[in-house]
Design a protein around this ligand. Structure first.
Ligand code: ZN
Length: 131
């Protein structure tokens, strides 16, 4: 596995994107709406990983709920895997709780799945498999 991206929950892409563009001197990707999570996503592509800026579009969005509870900040860390279902089955067999037992389609049309933060010291870990 290798680091895919770091997901950051922001209140407003409009105000946050320019900050990250300045820090990394990179233009963010065009906004993408991910229906299932009710989020707008813009990515800062770096050499070895991306920064994924996430803005909830709805009170029911997990990102809106996260910000309400904990404020803006790092929401999840994401790792690439070649075989996401195999990785999930292996991790589950080791007794680690999963949020998604089967991968779903996330941003960039990638297969994604989350592990349960109760099993991972409060860190929300996402696995991805590029399509
Ligand atoms: Zn992510």
């Amino acid at each position: 596995m290798n680091l895919s991206h770091i997901g950051i929950a922001v209140k407003s892409l409009e105000t946050s994107v320019p900050v990250f563009e300045k820090i990394f001197n990179v233009k963010a990707s065009e906004a993408e709406f991910v229906e299932m999570q009710k989020v707008n996503v813009r990515k800062i592509h770096l050499e070895n990983c991306d920064i994924e800026l996430l803005e909830g579009t709805d009170q029911e969005s997990p990102i809106s709920k996260f910000i309400e509870k904990r404020g803006e900040g790092i929401h999840h860390v994401s790792f690439n895997t070649e075989n996401i279902q195999g990785a999930l089955d292996k991790i589950k067999s080791e007794g680690i709780k999963l949020i998604n037992e089967n991968p779903v389609t996330g941003a960039d049309d990638m297969l994604v799945a989350f592990l349960h933060p109760k099993s991972t010291n409060g860190v929300l870990i996402e696995l991805t498999e590029p399509k």
